[in-house]
Write a protein of this length. Structure first.
Length: 639
């Protein structure tokens, strides 16, 4: 739209004097030059060489004009969906200008804001501080060990209030121990080494992109090309506690390469200059799965490759985080597209951001062969059963669980089946299976959710500028694929209360949830890997390897008998507890009117609890519905 002021032409002015014209021209040139000149960058240096004490030491030069300045420490962490900035791990903050110390004052309401008066004549505020990695898991997620570390720039950075993160320019650099390798989506400008350490200078970039580009570094490192010869490179960068965990077979590499090709067939476009999986294999480094547009942070146990056959369920992690490059980072809910890291996020569309990503992560894992299709059916069965017996659905809709990262901050809870937590992930995946199968049925199998993925996420090839979406955008895109009342369809499932889980998608896919007295081999292996005895669908509890009840199903048999968490199971019918003994007792009770007697300890109190349960062992699995189309197998089939 043309500005209306251009419609009125001012009266002609007399010709200015030649000298005045020259001065005016110079002033215009100076003003234009000032507007074109890039803003002075924040110079940010992180010294991560002190792995013995697990300390990150930071120096930061922040351009600032004389007067009042507010520095912010990031509070709302992208990918965490809540105000989880690790402020308690920031220490030793000292500010100065022109070589003289400056006193700072923490805001009395906003603990993440620091106020300082910049003296006349100063153009820069110097900041020095440390980020203290937890040294024990009781203190938080460990981000530095003797063998590896992760640099999350949001945890290392102070930035001036009042400017959008995309408008703040940063010149970052990093010091590592000599001999360590690193990986990141960041571009390297220069690299210099001494016998003890090395400094990496990265290209200047905006703060928003910097925070979205973490670094993993390690002593034992392997870099695997997942798309050889491609114009847009993709690498799997692996760090491990020891070199033997890095031994990868050609067959394992091919499955990860197939994951990339299946993703491209699904989405089409790419939204990165190069993509880097940052994968830590460790017993000490904190586990993680966090998305970024051009990389992802992934932390699993050391046996990811070496115990390949025992860790199949873990292999949904990389496809999930990869999918986020399209869903969550490039296309993100409008409420997640905030100007900085201290503006609250709005989470109402996390059932798309995370729920559909969970769905595509599972599908890509199966299509690539990372997880066998039969075993993916087992994972769908476990998800369906989990929500089908969840009593918390009666009072709390899945839509409200999108607020849980803010309400609960991912802290442990005592009654998860009643309180609910971040169920928009897994229950969200069931909703998107419902959508997928509905599109297939309504279109006579001509279209599917694959078409939605390409049309909605696979646009603007090469762009790394976020493209936000709303609920109405999602509905419109679904209608473009297959006309239907998608708004009502989605709202019914998001806001409903059951009874039972949203299983229409499974039924339309040709499968139904059933229970057997033996777990499938895949779910049995997963139970053994987790060292838990899962009796949720019989006694209504699960038991950790030390006999501690780690979960009790609200209103299940164990709950009705008075059991709760923080209780240790000692004996079954008078004999010392073992998982095998308890399972045998459950089976025996099917043919006996006698209860199952459990001796338990809670605190200093011992008690015998009688469980009047006679239904036998119950484990979920999927069973084909005779005479129906097997859409689930079609969904999981490689493209």
């Amino acid at each position: 739209m043309l500005d209306s002021s251009f419609a009125i032409q001012p009266p002609p002015r007399p010709m200015p004097h030649a000298r005045s014209l020259l001065c005016l021209s110079l002033a215009v040139l100076v003003a234009a030059s000032a507007q074109a000149a890039p803003p002075a960058p924040i110079v940010l240096h992180v010294d991560a060489s002190n792995v013995a004490q697990q300390l990150f030491t930071i120096r930061e030069s922040i351009p600032a004009a004389p007067g009042k300045l507010t520095l912010l420490y990031p509070q709302w962490v992208p990918g965490n969906h809540g105000p989880s900035g690790p402020l308690n791990q920031l220490a030793g903050l000292r500010l100065s200008a022109n070589g003289a110390p400056l006193e700072w004052r923490r805001d009395p309401v906003n603990m993440f804001a620091f106020h300082v008066d910049v003296p006349a004549g100063a153009g820069t505020v110097e900041a020095q501080y440390q980020f203290l990695s937890p040294v024990d898991t009781s203190q938080g997620r460990i981000t530095m060990t003797s063998a590896m570390l992760g640099v999350q720039w949001h945890a290392m950075t102070l930035y001036p209030a009042g400017r959008a993160a995309r408008d703040i320019v940063v010149q970052p650099s990093l010091t590592l121990q000599a001999g360590w390798e690193f990986a990141s989506a960041l571009e390297v400008r220069a690299r210099a080494a001494t016998p003890a350490s090395q400094q990496i200078d990265f290209e200047v970039l905006d703060l928003d992109t910097l925070v979205d580009s973490p670094v993993f570094a390690g002593r034992h490192f392997e870099r695997i090309d997942l798309d050889p010869g491609a114009a847009v490179p993709v690498h799997l960068n692996v760090m491990a506690d020891s070199a033997d965990s890095l031994e990868v077979t050609p067959q394992q590499v091919e499955k990860h390469r197939a994951m990339m090709q299946q993703a491209y067939k699904l989405f089409g476009a790419r939204h990165y200059r190069h993509y880097d999986f940052l994968l830590a294999l460790s017993d000490e480094f904190g586990g993680i799965g966090r998305e970024h547009m051009q990389s992802s942070e992934n932390g699993v146990k050391p046996g990811y490759f070496s115990d390949w056959d025992k860790n199949e369920a873990e292999r949904v992690l990389l496809p999930h985080e990869l999918t986020h490059s399209w869903n969550g980072k490039f296309r993100r809910p409008a409420g997640q597209d905030t100007p900085d890291f201290n503006t609250p996020l709005q989470n109402s569309l996390l059932w798309v951001y995370e729920g559909q990503t969970q769905y595509w992560g599972n599908v890509l894992a199966a299509r690539s062969g990372l997880v066998a299709p039969a075993h993916m059916r087992d994972l769908f069965a476990a998800t369906a059963a989990h929500y089908d017996v969840m009593p918390g659905r009666s009072w709390r809709a899945m839509q409200d669980t999108t607020n849980d990262p803010i309400i609960n901050g991912r802290r442990p809870i005592g009654w998860s089946s009643w309180q609910r937590d971040e169920d928009y992930y897994m229950e969200g995946a069931l909703v998107w299976l419902d959508v997928d199968t509905a599109i297939r049925e309504l279109s006579g199998e001509r279209r599917s959710l694959d078409d939605f993925a390409r049309a909605f996420f696979g646009v603007q090839d090469g762009s790394t500028t976020p493209l936000p979406y709303t609920f109405e955008d999602v509905v419109a895109a679904l209608n473009a694929v297959q006309p239907h009342d998608w708004a009502t369809f989605l709202r019914t499932r998001l806001d409903g209360h059951g009874p039972g889980a949203p299983l229409d998608g499974l039924a339309r896919a040709g499968w139904k949830l059933v229970y057997r007295d033996m777990p499938t081999p895949f779910l049995k292996a997963e139970e053994e890997r987790s060292k838990r005895t899962d009796l949720t669908y019989s006694l209504g509890l699960s038991i950790a390897k030390d006999g501690k009840l780690d979960k009790v199903l609200w209103d299940g048999p164990a709950f009705k008998a008075g059991l709760s968490g923080n209780t240790t199971l000692l004996a079954v019918n008078g004999t010392a507890y073992t998982p095998k003994l308890l399972k045998a007792a459950i089976q025996a009770a099917k043919a006996s009117p006698q209860p199952i007697n459990l001796l338990v300890r809670k605190g200093k109190q011992f008690q015998t609890v009688a469980l009047d349960y006679h239904g036998g062992l119950q484990y979920p699995q999927l069973e084909r519905i005779a005479g129906t189309r097997d859409r689930l197998s079609a969904i999981l089939q490689a493209r």
